[in-house]
Design a protein around this ligand. Structure first.
Ligand SMILES: Cc1ncc(COP(=O)(O)O)c(C=O)c1O
Length: 383
């Protein structure tokens, strides 16, 4: 089998992030959704891809806002010189919002106390705070609960009239439990938006759709989408083909080099607890990734790995730093490239196969890649 391209220069343990893919994915999603605004979600270190480079690449593709969970993540983007509008939505209960205001970060409000704190910070700073009211329409996580909406809208309108806040947006987040569940949430959200407008609010941004709804539910798009997973080229349906059909390509390739090779007889036990024994004489290749590098231990005896022109399975337990692959009679040498996941069109396992092998979702697999794994960027992000 011919070796897929791009393996001449593989590091010991690296995640290659194609910034042009992120730029092109945002461009494709922008075209698909057609919304006036596009929030690229780069929380959790840009889903493991690196928040600052991912943000720059997404802005180059036409995102006009960035979304992160916590204010510290927004400050990291500002410190890197990124001046695009940023929304944050998960706050320390002690948060005073002074840093957010100083850095011109829009504050997602999920509790009435946060509205008051943002207004107080604005009073001290002498300029209004940008806030976006998050409405809980079903997830029961963050967001203002339904019984508090009217009070929040009225209070927000008063604070806006007093020049202490500007309500830049109204938003909600969906469960993806089923199409009907999301329709029910959107109906409730519509009521909330209407009530907010009746209270005198005029938000520039109205948004509900993350990747799944942005792609699959046009009614959820309003005038803004808030997309994470899909900008990195993955499908919320856990189907690579669904992402490719939208013109998305995976931005991350996780790869390294074989650290050791052994030819062993039949009956050889492998890794902790001896959960794997070779059935015949075979070759074992040692791969330098473990759960300390985000590889789920749940993928023991299951995870797929490209080595020597073919895809083989993890043999035995994934340990903290390493795991073993039984490659049979394939010719493998120490230092040969291995690819844990990448673009399946190049013959590599897609990240979704690791998700399936681990009983989880593609979001989690890429986001766990961090720490000792070098992030190596290709493409310029202006794609
Ligand atoms: C509030 C909010 N909006 C948007 C997103 C992006 O979601 P996705 O990665 O499914 O596009 C998330 C991610 O969890 C989120 O918490």
């Amino acid at each position: 089998m011919p070796e897929p391209r791009g393996l001449e220069d593989v590091g010991f343990r690296e995640a290659v992030v194609d910034l042009d893919a992120i730029t092109a994915n945002v461009r494709a999603l922008r075209e698909l959704t057609g919304t006036e605004h596009f929030i690229a979600v780069v929380k959790a270190n840009g889903y493991g891809h690196g928040a600052v480079p991912a943000a720059r690449a997404a802005l180059a593709g036409g995102a006009d806002w960035l979304g992160v969970a916590v204010i510290g993540e927004a400050l990291e983007l500002r410190a890197a010189g990124i001046d695009a509008p940023i929304l944050t939505w998960l706050h320390d209960p002690q948060e005073s919002f002074e840093d957010a205001l100083a850095a011109d970060v829009s504050i997602g409000v999920s509790r009435l106390e946060q509205l008051a704190a943002a207004a107080d910070a604005a009073e001290r700073a002498g300029r209004p705070a940008s806030v976006q009211l998050k409405l809980d329409t079903g997830l029961s996580r963050n967001g203002l609960p339904r019984p508090e909406w009217d009070a929040a809208f009225q209070r927000a309108a008063q604070l806006e009239a007093a020049g202490r806040i500007r309500v830049a947006g109204l938003f909600t987040h969906l469960s993806n439990a089923s199409l009907q569940d999301d329709v029910d949430c959107l109906d409730l959200f519509d009521e909330g938006v209407a009530a907010a407008r009746a209270a005198g609010l005029a938000p520039e941004l109205v948004h509900a759709a993350a990747s799944a709804a942005a792609v699959g539910q046009p009614d959820a798009r309003y005038n803004c989408v808030r997309i994470g997973l899909a900008i990195y080229g993955m499908s919320p349906l856990q189907q690579p083909a669904a992402a490719r059909a939208l013109g998305l390509r995976p931005a991350m390739t996780l790869r390294g080099r074989v650290a050791n090779v052994k030819r062993v007889p039949a009956g050889t036990a492998v890794s902790y607890d001896y959960t794997y024994r070779t059935e015949r004489e075979t070759t074992l290749a040692l791969v330098p990734f473990g759960y300390g590098d985000g590889i789920p231990r749940a993928a023991s005896n299951r995870g797929p790995v490209w080595i020597a022109g073919g895809v083989h399975r993890v043999a035995g337990r994934v340990a903290m730093d390493q795991f073993v692959v039984d490659v049979g009679d394939s010719e493998v040498a120490v230092g040969d490239p291995v690819v844990l996941f990448g673009d399946e069109r190049d013959g590599f396992p897609p990240v979704e196969d690791w998700a399936e092998a681990s009983g989880t979702i593609n979001w989690e697999i890429v986001t766990r890649v961090a720490g000792r794994t070098a992030l190596r960027y290709v493409g310029g992000g202006d794609g």
